[in-house]
Write a protein that binds this ligand. Structure first.
Ligand code: PEP
Length: 251
C-alpha cells in the first residue's frame, strides 16, 4: 500500500515570517502521516525556523535542492549533510526550473540523488517534458531517459523509498493542468520504467506524483488514478488554506 503524498513547492516565494505563520496555521489541520503524508519544500533560509515551529505537526519540512557534495570549496551551495543534520527528511531534485535555469544535467541530478540517499533523506526526483517534445513525439522517451539516468546506481532497497514526480513543463505555473488521463499516462510510464529497471515489486512501492497546476478543483480526480500516488503543487501550496484543502483531498 502506497501512502498518498501531498507536497508543496514554494520556490523562491514567501518571507521567513510568512513561512513560520504558514506552519503554525496548518499544524492542526493536516491528516495523520499514516494516512496521507504532507510536505512543504522551502528556501534553505527558512528550514530551521520552520522545523522549530513544526514540532507537533505531521508536515515534512523539505528542501527544494541541494548540492551533491557534503562539504568543500563550493561557495553558495547547500550541503545535503547540513540539511540532514537540521532534520530535513526530503529533498526535491531535478525540478524543471533547476534543469532549465541552472543547467542541471541528468548526471548532476543522479549525483544529487545519491547524495540525498547517502545522508538518509528521500529524494523527490522531478522529470519534465516540454510541448516541443510532445509535438516531436519524443516526450515519452525523454521521460524514460530522465528516470533511468536519475536512478542509475541506486540499490533496490533505496529505490523503494524514493519519490518521482511527473511534471510536464507546459503544465507548471500555467494554470493549464494535464488532464487526468495525461497525468496518469505519464505516471504509469514512470512506474513501468521503474519496473523494467528494478522489478514489479520495487516499482509497486515507489510513489509517483503528478505536478503541474494542481488545485483543490482537480486533485480529487487525479488521486483516483491507479498510478498517481500524490501531487507536487507550486502556486496552490503558497496559501495555507489551499494547501490544507489539498492535504485533505479525501474529505
Ligand atoms: C511546480 O513548480 O512543481 C509546480 C507544479 O507548480 P504549479 O503547481 O504552480 O504549476
Amino acid at each position: 500500500m502506497r501512502i498518498p503524498f501531498i507536497g508543496g513547492n514554494w520556490k523562491m516565494n514567501l518571507s521567513l515570517n510568512e513561512a513560520v505563520e504558514f506552519v503554525e496555521e496548518i499544524k492542526d489541520k493536516l491528516p495523520v502521516a499514516s494516512e496521507v503524508e504532507t510536505a512543504i519544500a522551502a528556501s534553505p533560509l527558512f528550514l530551521e525556523s520552520m522545523i522549530k515551529h513544526n514540532a507537533e505537526s505531521p508536515l515534512k519540512i523539505t528542501a527544494e535542492n541541494c548540492f551533491y557534495k557534503n562539504s568543500g570549496a563550493y561557495t553558495g551551495e547547500v550541503s545535503p549533510l547540513a540539511l540532514s543534520e537540521m532534520g530535513v527528511g526530503y529533498v526535491i531534485v531535478g525540478h524543471s526550473e533547476r534543469r532549465r535555469y541552472f543547467n542541471e544535467t541528468n548526471d548532476i541530478i543522479n549525483k544529487k540523488v545519491h547524495a540525498v540517499l547517502n545522508n538518509r533523506m528521500i529524494p523527490i526526483i522531478c522529470c519534465d517534458e516540454t510541448m516541443g517534445r510532445v509535438d516531436n513525439g519524443d516526450h515519452f522517451s525523454w521521460v524514460v531517459s530522465q528516470v533511468t539516468a536519475a536512478v542509475q546506481g541506486v540499490s533496490e532497497e533505496d529505490a523503494a523509498k524514493i519519490i518521482i514526480a511527473y511534471e510536464p513543463s507546459w503544465a507548471i505555473g500555467t494554470g493549464h493542468s494535464a488532464s487526468t488521463a495525461e497525468a496518469e499516462e505519464g505516471c504509469y510510464l514512470i512506474r513501468q520504467t521503474l519496473a523494467d529497471i528494478y522489478s514489479d515489486e520495487v516499482a509497486d512501492q515507489i510513489r509517483v506524483l503528478y505536478g503541474g497546476s494542481v488545485t483543490e478543483k482537480n486533485i480529487k480526480s487525479l488521486m483516483k488514478e491507479n498510478d498517481i500516488d500524490g501531487v507536487l503543487a507550486g502556486k496552490a501550496s503558497l496559501s495555507a488554506s489551499e494547501f490544507v484543502k489539498l492535504a485533505n483531498f479525501k474529505m
